[in-house]
Design a protein around this ligand. Structure first.
Ligand code: AHG
Ligand code: MN
Ligand code: MN
Length: 316
């Protein structure tokens, strides 16, 4: 068995970058423990506030954010924390070299039904400022809190999966994940169909036709409602995830957030051989103008994402 610590020691990356990732992994271990016991401790409740996006926070959103902050405060390598749950970026160590952008608890609407939720994070070079495109990410990862707790991590060359053991140590269980290029599963919130654009409508319509449709095969639809769970399934066995710009989200720029949802997931998927797009450009090419900026997200198996890109290029 190779532990996360041993694996990190063997990577040719700055040891301080490795220690930044290790701090986020330690936060994840603590969050996993909190989630396991949250119902017993009465923590599956709403918090008193709303976050910067005006969304009602759950107590566990706030607790997870506090856990991340505590772990990062202990690591002098971390300069700035950008979090979904904090309106402003938090300045940590003056000598820190790295920025963490994080969604401390993704999929929190699933907390009361014991469905997989996650922590997503991205690591950026603090010397280049907070508003960097996803292509500049130094590392990207998520932790999925499911039947097993999995940390899925990349420094941009390969994607590794670690599984949390029963003494709280992440052990390497897959060192080179590859997204199958073809798939017959798609993930989209079909309840939003009336808001969709032409490309999305056409793509989904082609799929539900089945054997007589464009791809000549039957598709299945899966939608967990936790991006971490949906992306994890796609990373492991193929598929496509779509949260496109639609007529309701258009004024906000999309639903999902660029710095701590779209970018890390796009880096993981692309490193594993998949593709990602907003419909108009690669997600990793989008230059942010604000830390909580939203973006349309389409990512997953290369062949399916290419089909959606083709539909966008012809639908104007
Ligand atoms: P968060 O819990 O961090 O706000 O993120 C929820 C996101 C994402 O996880 C998921 O894919 C999407 O919202 C679900 O959206 P719908 O409510 O439209 O299904
Ligand atoms: Mn989220
Ligand atoms: Mn969240």
């Amino acid at each position: 068995m190779t532990s996360l610590a041993d694996w990190l020691a063997g990577q040719s990356v700055d040891p301080k970058l490795a220690s930044t990732v290790a701090s986020m992994a330690a936060a994840s271990v603590e969050i996993a423990g909190v989630l396991r016991q949250a119902a017993i401790k009465g923590q599956v409740v709403l918090a008193s506030g709303t976050n910067v996006q005006g969304e009602q926070q759950k107590a566990l959103d706030v607790i997870s954010n506090d856990i991340v902050l505590k772990h990062l405060r202990e690591n002098a390598a971390v300069s700035i924390l950008i979090s979904e749950e904090l309106e402003e970026a938090v300045h940590l160590s003056n000598d820190g070299k790295y920025i963490i952008a994080t969604d401390p608890l993704d999929g929190s609407s699933n907390l009361d039904v014991n469905v997989t939720v996650g922590t997503i994070f991205s690591v950026l070079d603090a010397g280049k400022g907070m508003l960097q495109p996803g292509s500049a990410q130094l590392a990207a990862a998520y932790t999925a809190y499911g039947p097993a707790t999995n940390l899925v991590l990349t420094f941009g060359t390969s994607v590794a999966v670690f599984t949390l053991d029963d003494v709280g140590v992440f052990q390497l269980t897959d060192d080179e994940v590859e997204v199958p290029p073809a798939t017959s599963e798609f993930a989209i919130n079909t309840a939003r169909e009336r808001f969709w654009d032409e490309a999305t409508t056409t793509y989904v319509r082609e799929n539900v036709v089945g054997e007589s449709g464009r791809a000549g095969k039957r598709y299945n639809m899966r939608w967990v409602g936790s991006m971490v769970a949906d992306v994890h399934r796609i990373l492991m066995r193929g598929g496509i995830f779509l949260y496109p710009l639609d007529s309701e989200t258009v004024t906000k720029g999309g639903r999902l957030r660029l710095l701590y949802e779209a970018n890390p997931m796009a880096m993981l998927i692309e490193t594993a051989g998949g593709r990602s797009t907003t419909g108009k450009q690669g997600i990793l090419d989008v230059v942010p103008t604000a830390i909580h900026q939203r973006v349309p997200v389409i990512l997953g198996s290369a062949e399916e994402v290419q089909r959606v890109e083709q539909l966008y290029s012809t639908s104007g």
